[in-house]
Ligand binder design. Sequence first.
Ligand SMILES: [Zn+2]
Length: 460
Amino acid sequence: MPELPEVETVINILKPLIIGKTIDKIDIFYDRLIQSDYDTFTKKLIGRTFKSVDRYGKYIFLNLDENLTIITHLRMEGKFRFTSDTSPRIKATSLIFEFKDKTYLCFDDTRKFGLMYLTNTNEKFNVEMIKKLGVEANKVTESDKEKIFKKLNANKKIKELLLDQTIMCGIGNIYADEILYKSHINPFTKGKDLTTFDYENIVKFAKITLEDAIKAGGSTIHSFHPSEGVDGRFQVQLTCYGKEGEICPNCGTTFHKTFIGGRGTTYCPNCQVNPYLRKAIGITGPIGSGKSSVLSHLASLGYVTLNCDDIIHELYRMPIHKNKISKILHTDFDIDNQKKKQTAKLIMINDPLKKKAVENYIYPKLEEILVKHIEENEKVAIEVPLLFKAHFEYMFSKIFVIELSKEKQISNLKIRNDEIEKSLKLNNDYYYNKDNKFIINIKNKSTLEDLFNQIDSFLN
Ligand SMILES: [Zn+2]
């Protein structure tokens, strides 16, 4: 379905083609296209001349002399086609305006959802379908905001509210995803759970997104051939919509696709955190830091506990994943065979791209399992060594990062002196966003009891 910028492109293309043209004959092949009185439509328009074309939201106004306006909407597949071909009708054609100069404006619509409605020009904004529309999403002024914010403060998912044309009009499925991505808002969030800051961002990014798209549409007009049909579609630089499985340029997390109200919805789970999902406890830290001890402690406090290393090993053993990883690494991948495991490890160390490809394949599978457990259980604690690397921050209401001195790490791991340097590298392989307010740094410096006491004090 075309959105506001596409409709803007359509009217800019139509203007020079039809303004000044006088209707000589109307052929209608799909009666239900005409939603005002049929006979009036077919009689009153003969001999009338197109004077101007404008729009409100995604509705197009074809204005004629004698105070007449045809309101039209392209809906799913509708498009205008201008031609001088003497047999202009094609299979999808619903209507043809034949002009005095033997040119034709056809309305082609394979899905037949398009509409036309004849009214008086000075009455066009009072027709119910126009009257009920909210302010255009790219033209919201300061004084419109209060009314819009009030309507957004509803017990419905924000994605659905953005598609509701009575709140703001002109936003369709594509730009709704773009606006929410830019606003860092999860599409599942209820409108009423958002802040005024969020509402401000929605309005701001709606304007920017639509204006940018209108500009992009304007630049496509030069290469346009009216005989191909005007549906306004053009290539626009999208950052989120349709990017399922691709990497978020902002944070490196994989874009997810889901359905909201039957509409495909793409979002970044890390930049657009789902507030209902952010409830698990995450435990991370270098090797030998005491993560597993903390996990056992949380199990004793009634938490459902998961260990990501264990889950990944289970995934690696599944034939479907084993085969896929064998293909990525060009070797027979088998973690239960020491020699093959070592070979795979060496390949990944020597070829970072292959390592990345394995991670990009396996992390989403792991992610799916973790999300499912978090959704199904009230109290979940997860040991995630790769938490920051895999961008799983969005799942956790608390992330315990366990830190310890090199000396303690060495004693915990009971490492021999000659291996110390090698092992300490593990401690440095560790980067995370220090601004993440959900992170709690825990210093493991004396006993396990002291470690657990620290955890307990942050849990309460
Ligand atoms: Zn992101």
